[in-house]
Design a protein around this ligand. Sequence first.
Ligand code: PNW
Length: 481
Amino acid sequence: MKKITRRQFGKGVAAAAAATYAGVALPRFAFGEPLPAPLYYPKGFLWGCATASYQVEGGARDDGRGPSVWDTFSHTPGKTHDGDTGDVADDSYHLYKEDVRLLKNLGVQTYRFSISWSRVFPTGKAPVNQKGLDYYNRLVDELLANNITPYVTMFHWDLPQALPGGWENRDTSKAFADYVAYVSKHLGDRVHHFMTTNEFVCFTDLGYRYGQFAPGLKLPAAQANQVRHHGILAHGLGVQAIRANTPSGTQVGLAENATVYVPIIETDEHIEAARKATRRGNAPFLTTLMEGKYPDFYLQEEGANAPKVEPGDMEAIGSKLDFVGLNIYTPFYVRADDSPKGYVEIPYPKSAPHMASPWIILGPECTYWSVRNVCDLWKVPAIYITENGTSSDDVLTADGKVYDTDRIMYLRNHLTQLHRATQEGYPVKGYFLWSLLDNFEWADGYSKRFGIHYVDFKTLKRYPKLSAEWYKQTIAKNAVE
Ligand code: PNW
């Protein structure tokens, strides 16, 4: 499609001024020139969908898979909504070809999925379970046969249950590196994009400090900080392992739900406040990775609870990355102030609109600011939005359709903001919509649907929602409308 210039578009507006809708004259644009539409993305921009192993695979006991902490947690009464588990989930372990067909039909260029560590190493360590790796070989081959580029996450929270002490134990970081070395060596001939870990805060703090995710512990600060350290150490050793076991040119990054700070209004002082907040608010995770050391203020604030670091840890943790993946759902607003921190967070007004999951506040500009803050602070070479999407109270109608207009509203707004980042020259390479299909939403079980395909969890039949149709058009046009 040809790009419309401002001048041509202006003429269109003049012609449209006389237009009517349902017999009523439409107003003229009140102020100057409207934005050109549609919003074209850069040529070669990569569109994709994302999923994670425990959320979609099912086949929990098939072909020698060992239990993960999420099997244990979800089978513990009271831990998940209605006692839901990932035993069957979407059964993608058996239905993966159908899922690849859904991807193909959307026209995506990429698919982000994760490997179940305990499928490949049932106890977390050798011996390997060849049948487990074979599943990922089949999935990768099926994707490539359909011209879809695989983006592989090594760890999306399903830690092998058998590893003693889980992330409390430093050995787990080393076991991770061994597992990553093996998998990257065997997939690296066909997979050229790897992410080490997904969302540190969810598998460290939420699992070990607040207890709402597996393994459900509520440890004191010193131990919880050590868990965080083992998480980022695993990432660092994982980067080294991938680099050592794959051809040069292989792209290595991670997927991180960095807390995104949005300046209340765009003035220099508030923009600066948002940048400071980004560095401080992500101190134990992304900030430390990007700077190769724990920030001084973090160590001071944690005092005696600060993590214990061994020689070589920080070099690994600070390993250079080819890209940073950001999982973006919700904004946090800040303003400048005179305190030593230089900013204060603004609480949401009670009336702040949210999506079906109450923690997803509608604030699409956070997608733009996530990219801008991270790039301005740390000059990263490439950025992907590795997740973005929302739950919705989807209803399957008698004609087999789901009219998820609120999800489309959410996506359209976020993609409009991401477009701004691409236009300003930030190196955003691609976007992965969360999620390809409804799946096991962790502690919320099957009560929250994030898919652009509806899944009937009794029959496992998949139905494209209206949002799938909308995303398909977005991809085909390489533009948001
Ligand atoms: C991400 N929160 O998790 C995960 O990467 C996905 O596995 C998940 O399904 C998706 O977002 C939707 O929730 C999060 O409560 C889960 O702030 C919860 C939170 C954030 C991220």
